[in-house]
Design a protein around this ligand. Sequence first.
Ligand code: HEC
Ligand code: HEC
Ligand code: HEC
Ligand code: HEC
Ligand code: HEC
Length: 320
Amino acid sequence: MRLKNVSKITIGIVFVLLSVSALQLLVQSAVAATPQLPNNSCADCHRRLLFSTEEQRQFIDIRIKHLESGISCSIVCHEDKLNKSTASSYALWSISTHALFNVTCEKCHGGNQLASTKTEAHVGLSNNSIARANTPETCGKCHESQLAEFKSSLHFKKLESGEEGPAPACITCHQAHSVRVLTASEIEDFCSNCHNNITGIDPSVPKRAANALSSVNELQVEFSKARSAIITAKASGQDVTGAEAELDSARTIMKNIPSVWHRFNLTYFDTEVQRGVANTQKAEKSLEENTATPAPQKSPGFEGFMLLAGLLAVYLIKRR
Ligand code: HEC
Ligand code: HEC
Ligand code: HEC
Ligand code: HEC
Ligand code: HEC
């Protein structure tokens, strides 16, 4: 379950543009755009709920300004407060990747999405499943690989222990309804909300995390380079089997990186990324070696075999 990386970037850009315009629509008291959904009373009814208080309008204003100037949300985020308002949860959700993939309200909240009255629909709404510390399990029902990695993180251990002090859950970093993905350029600011000298929670993390995510871009660039080199070599009749095997290893690593990230072990993460980069470099190197010695006409083992047979013959003759 994963969008292609290229389309992810496009979706990211489109998402920010959509966020700004859809929220602006709401400020003007218009109803947000409706995603095409099959029979879902939660979405149908909640779409019609508009902002009722001046305070909610002000939050939307702040949020738009943040989006426009590219400021990421802080931990005490306006969006968190927004999430508490019934109308904004729909608004934020309706322009999210979740809306696009039909991850509707009841998937996280429970309730009956086929009932048409509020009272009936709300039967079975759960406060448990949306409690912050329980979001790993709620979200992990669908994001299994992220959950699996997250469970071995110190973040999860801290959350699970219920001890005093902050620890991030899935919605701390992604928000409950917009399910944003922090980019490499936002990460430093975001992580330093907790990782700083005042809290004393490893203040080296933000910078290292930013570097770690940037090195993923480097891997992607190296991967594309190796891939085009292989395509060119193949077209000119070169043997690319070895290079393709290396590229496949790099592809597997790249595929796992978004979940491996959630282990929040930056040393391990770096090792994985560097392993991927090494694979792409080996792929290119093996192509260069192939061009240095152009592909032989006969099967490669043949000459060696003839040479050995010749030597054996000389040896046998001499012995006699
Ligand atoms: C016919 C309209 C209607 C339908 C259908 C509906 N809701 Fe609501 N919902 C509301 C209104 C109005 C509120 C505002 C708070 C209130 O008055 O209870 C609300 C509030 C909520 C809240 C805030 C917590 C609470 O208990 O007040 C949640 C969560 C929620 N709805 C989820 C859902 C889900 C999930 C579904 C579908 C299974 C759903 N709603 C279906 C009208 C509806
Ligand atoms: C991916 C899971 C998910 C989906 C889908 C989702 N929500 Fe939520 N929702 C949450 C979580 C988690 C919280 C708690 C947020 C927090 O504590 O900051 C929440 C909070 C809320 C609240 C505030 C509840 C309160 O008691 O404070 C409302 C209202 C709400 N959601 C409505 C909706 C509606 C309406 C939809 C569909 C349009 C929806 N949600 C879709 C996960 C989800
Ligand atoms: C019912 C299944 C389901 C649940 C529950 C669910 N998700 Fe998702 N989520 C999806 C699907 C499907 C996608 C889109 C395909 C993909 O990227 O995997 C997605 C995408 C995402 C993305 C990527 C968004 C992007 O723009 O690339 C994030 C982040 C995310 N979900 C976080 C969460 C969080 C946090 C929760 C819990 C609050 C959650 N999800 C709960 C199914 C779910
Ligand atoms: C401390 C912050 C943080 C926490 C906690 C966190 N994530 Fe993420 N998540 C991120 C970042 C940053 C990325 C982007 C990673 C990348 O670019 O490789 C991401 C990426 C994702 C994606 C998108 C992966 C893709 O295919 O592009 C999903 C889905 C996701 N997280 C789900 C979850 C779930 C589920 C949880 C809870 C079990 C969770 N996250 C907890 C920061 C966090
Ligand atoms: C809500 C607070 C909070 C946020 C936000 C947060 N962390 Fe943490 N982080 C912690 C806590 C608490 C620990 C555990 C420290 C301990 O037990 O020693 C931790 C530990 C870690 C560790 C392991 C410790 C180490 O020195 O290697 C890494 C890596 C880490 N966090 C990465 C991140 C990244 C990356 C982000 C931003 C995407 C982030 N954290 C955001 C609270 C937070």
